[in-house]
Ligand binder design. Sequence first.
Ligand SMILES: Cc1ncc(C[n+]2csc(CCOP(=O)(O)OP(=O)(O)O)c2C)c(N)n1
Length: 726
Amino acid sequence: MATRTQSPPKVRNFEGLSAEQLIQAYRLMFMSRRVDDREILLKRQQKIFFQISGAGHEALLVAAGLALKPGYDWFYPYYRDRALCLTLGMTPYEQLLEAVGAADDPNSGGRQMPSHWGHQKLNIVTQSSPTGTQYLQAVGCAEAGRYFAKHPEAAEKATGDYRQFKDVIFHGDEVVYVSSGEGTTSQGEFWESLNSASNGKAPVLYLCEDNEYAISVPVEVQTAGGNISKLISNFPNFFFAEVDGTDLVACYAALKKAVAHIRAGKGPAFVHGHVVRPYSHSLSDDEKAYRPDTERQEEVKRDPITKLQMFLIREGILDEERINQLEAEVEAEVQEAAERALHAKLPEPGSETHFVYSPDLDPNSDAFHTQPQIPHAEPGKPAAEKTMADLINATLRDEMKRDQRIVMFGEDIADCSRQEYLDQKLIKGKGGVFKLTAGLQCDFGADRVFNSPLAEANIVGRAIGMATRGLKPVVEIQFFDYIWTAMMQLRNEMPLIRWRSNNSFSCPAVVRIAIGGYLTGGAIYHSQCGESIFTHIPGLRVVFPSNALDAAGLLRTAIRCDDPVMFLEHKRLYRETYGRSPYPGPDYMVPFGKARTVQHGDDMTVITYGALVPRALQAAQRIEHDHGVKVEMIDLRTLSPYDWDAIAASVKKTNRVLVAYEDCLSWGYGAEIAARIADELFDSLDAPVRRVAAKDTFVAYQPILEDEILPQADDVYEAMVKLAEF
Ligand SMILES: Cc1ncc(C[n+]2csc(CCOP(=O)(O)OP(=O)(O)O)c2C)c(N)n1
């Protein structure tokens, strides 16, 4: 009889996951499903107002949570990522607080729909509803982490500007996680982000949760060839993996490799998990309308929770009794959390205006009011007068010296992307199509001043990620006319980061934009204004200087302040003779919301800004000469906020008012000013509020037409004469 040798106990290696971790994974997956189920119940009872579930995605997301480090790595999740957030340490109670809209909800303080994740301590960056906006921000966040690792001194705190309120933590090998469904990969910003992450080897982990449907649109309609992994497989520097997203161990294996690739600095990773969607898209959707029962029943077989349960039993890790016990514990915990959440404090009416802007630093305050320090070139000889372009460039340079967190990028803004040409002194360098950033790459290096791809959303989206993380991006949009591809980021992201996170995150970036017409041949696509579209957005500061000195002072305030700023630079004013000034020194600041009285007068008020200032001034001089009418002219300088006190004081004095602006007359910025004057100062008016602005058409190329369309000094003069005669 053969002797039986005892075989060693079977060493089971589930990709490095211990039995305890597998049990914990099951607990988290089950918990995620139970929180969804509880929310569905609460929605049906009308105790919460919306529900969208993470059902079917749990295995992939728990695996991601296990592969990453909470509070160390950074997270840009999407609404199906409940299980990820639980794995990172968010509690069911915290999740249910968002569902009821509680004041103490760490995600948004009752401001966002449920499943819009955000958690300051866990580095879960406030999530929004537009699908796809997370991608470029994640790339920016990753770039910022790498920047701080390279320039650790930049992370130091400083007082007196936004840095006082912006803590920076970095480790050098942190990963930025970003996810979405396969439907969202159809968004252009997704592709823009792959391009930059790939090119820059950004430490970003992409997780595609492919449940084959985007609401009712199936993947073969959404994605050419029906598989996103195939389409993107040629992006360099990526680690790619495609897995069964309902198999926890397989997901963990892929994600572990992906994370190792990223932490080693080799580049980003893209993990594509095939998951299921056992519930409809949300509680507002009934998938029976577009998915037959046969298909839905087929999917039930792949439910990740059932699969892991079977696996644990099969592997002898848990038996039925222990599973029942674990599930009962989770059930009780979720029920208790829901009870508590239903009794949680709700936000106070009136609190909705909190955190539209920074509560810490007010750019309208006197702290941002300093005197110009103009040195004399030689005794008795005044300092040289500089253009607006010169002073913007000088201000950027001085601020970059002062604050290592400032980075600049945009189209053509570098001196030369091929650094060797500069090093070998083969070329002079460009520094922007208008040369506003000339010499800055040479002075501060290519990791602080660099070109972006030709993609405006890319510029703004990455800037938002960087600013959220603690950098101060001062980015450039080459022409206002092309800002529209960045509109989603500018309307739905940058101004909202603080408000929607209930002050847990902020995004004090500066976007410089060349704007406006009067170029003689600028035509439709190099002459646009449209500032009112942005002044209509709460949370965004909009600045529009008319002269060199104001540009320097306001740009410095924009950079040092704690809010996102849109800094509009009129192309025609860049090198105008009007409004030149010596450089006012490295600390000159003009507060926001303070108009400048260009000239005093008693007979009528003209409210204007930007390129209309010199034109209206010409008209004012003429009407004084021709008719003895003395105009009081107010240059608003900042459009949001604007100086209502200055307007009101002047109108009360002159009793007549003309609002002059370059944009189309109808729905233009001046319409709001005119409406408010009519509303609040009616008793002070001796004549109707008048406006002069561009015709309601497009700016044509032929100069005869351009002159006709845009408001000229003569038009302002005529409007003034009529107003004076009324
Ligand atoms: C930019 C934008 N367009 C449309 C919507 C409405 N919407 C919300 S979710 C969704 C489908 C997303 O599908 P997918 O990315 O595949 O994720 P899934 O819901 O399938 O997990 C749509 C169209 C939105 N939120 N944002």
